[in-house]
Design a protein around this ligand. Structure first.
Ligand SMILES: [Zn+2]
Length: 122
């Protein structure tokens, strides 16, 4: 049995891959706010990707106290989690700019003073 620590920092979860009967099992070490360090399997985590999919969060139920915890996942954590084969869901964030706002902006460009209006924060 060999244990390979893939990545570890204070802010990020620790990924430990263990070879069991020729199959790689990945354990994710993260923290519960109540219990401290906890170990999860890839089945315990469902990654939620937001927008373009390079960042998100991963909610999980703490194996000790059963409280639902949510941890942020930056690009690097997301890529490691996906590589370990966790389930994931892509959540499309609502568009920050509406069609009406774009139309309003286009109309504004027809005026000669569009630039000064754009730079005025009134
Ligand atoms: Zn807990």
């Amino acid at each position: 049995m060999s244990r390979i620590v893939l990545y570890s920092t204070i802010q990020m979860p620790m990924f430990v891959s263990t070879l069991v009967n020729g199959v790689v099992m990945t354990t994710i070490r993260t923290t519960c706010q109540g219990c401290g360090d906890v170990e999860l399997s890839t089945e315990d985590i469902a990654l939620e990707l937001i927008g373009p999919g390079d960042a998100g969060s991963y909610p999980f139920s703490c194996p000790s106290c059963m409280a639902v915890q949510v941890r942020p996942a930056r690009r690097r954590v997301v890529s490691i989690l996906l590589a370990t084969g966790v389930n994931y869901e892509i959540i499309l964030a609502p568009s920050p700019i509406t069609d009406a706002e774009i139309d309003q902006f286009v109309e504004m460009l027809d005026d000669d003073d569009w630039f000064s209006r754009l730079t005025t924060t009134s």
